[in-house]
Design a protein around this ligand. Sequence first.
Ligand code: UD1
Length: 390
Amino acid sequence: MNILVTGGAGFIGSHTVVSLVEAGFNPVIVDDFSNSEPSVLSGLKKIVGREVSCHVLDCNNYPAMRQILRDEKIAGVIHFAAFKAVGESMQEPLAYYRNNLGSLLTLVDAMLAEGISNLIFSSSCTVYGEPDTSPVTEQTPIKPAASVYGNTKQVGEEILRDVSAVKPLKSLSLRYFNPIGAHPSALIGELPRGVPSNLVPFVTQTAAGLRESLTIFGNDYPTPDGTCIRDFIHIMDLAEAHVAALQYALNKSESSFYDTFNLGTGQGNTVLELVKTFEKVSGKPLPYSIGPRREGDVVAVWADVKNRANYSAGKPGVRSRKRLRMPGAGSSVYRLYLRHDEPHRKSRSPGQRGVRPLHYRRRGERGGLCTGCCFAWPESRTYREDRFCC
Ligand code: UD1
């Protein structure tokens, strides 16, 4: 079954392409490479063992989108293509509204015209704005968005809800918390163009020597260490949740429906905890300084995952603990950046070079990262391969 993946060369898109292939689907990518590297396609080819079809295209191109939907005999669409930098969205609101909402309108129009009903929409926990309390459930009231980026996701969800109410559209909005990490092969990962705006690629690029120092945006928030709290979810969990969501939509007998799902781990960690954890796992200090707050940032948000049991019974959501066994984000992302940074790599000895991948940790060691969610396994507790904090 052919599935169109817009933004399929991007961070979440490329990992979802892998999960789609593993689940027996045939993904077809549409990407304009405005914030991704064409080299992702060769990484994908190595991972899945064959070429993945890719159309280089802006999703706002209605005639071309219709033609691809028709020619490729598409059965469902996962729509990732969007701008996603919170800070930039405050400076370039028009570009964000045009790109994020224009492409969604174009896509839905084209899908309806071609009689394609299954749509998974890449939304964000940012729709909750600054929630009164965390964890947030899908029923937590939507607040005014804290950023233009957030508003594009809120309006995007409203568009799908309203269209699904009257047209043959089966749509699901997946509200991501903060995806991090990389495929265990390290052949794909988070490779934004230019200076990363998200935390983890900035951390890994700083560790790899591509950036001088990380700036932590604010340490005067009302949190235990003053830095913002986020729910960092492993990218492969997120990718597989998309496949589950797609199957959920495909299996629904109704001709139209709209639903939303949170995709998080249920655990909040501060930005400083993430940095300290990265230092601990890599075994070397990460240069960082504290800067002013970033406009549009919410203080704290993490997911309620009480519905996890329901999710595993066929709904999209976080995977069971057992299936979370994979190398952690710190290791595989870091290796990816070293691979893309040859001169830097050559100047270092192998011993200095890498972060010890998590799966090389020995049983009985203290501290480290949880294999599931990539966050700190406390020093006070002994690491066991079969233990998770998430
Ligand atoms: C937001 C959304 C998330 C979405 C993402 C897309 C919220 C709560 N989350 O993530 O759902 O997937 O946008 O981009 O709105 N930080 C630094 N220094 C840096 C970079 C980031 O301190 O160089 C801090 C930020 O201030 C923030 C945290 O790290 O507190 C995470 O930032 P980022 O990785 O950009 O993601 P969010 O903005 O939380």
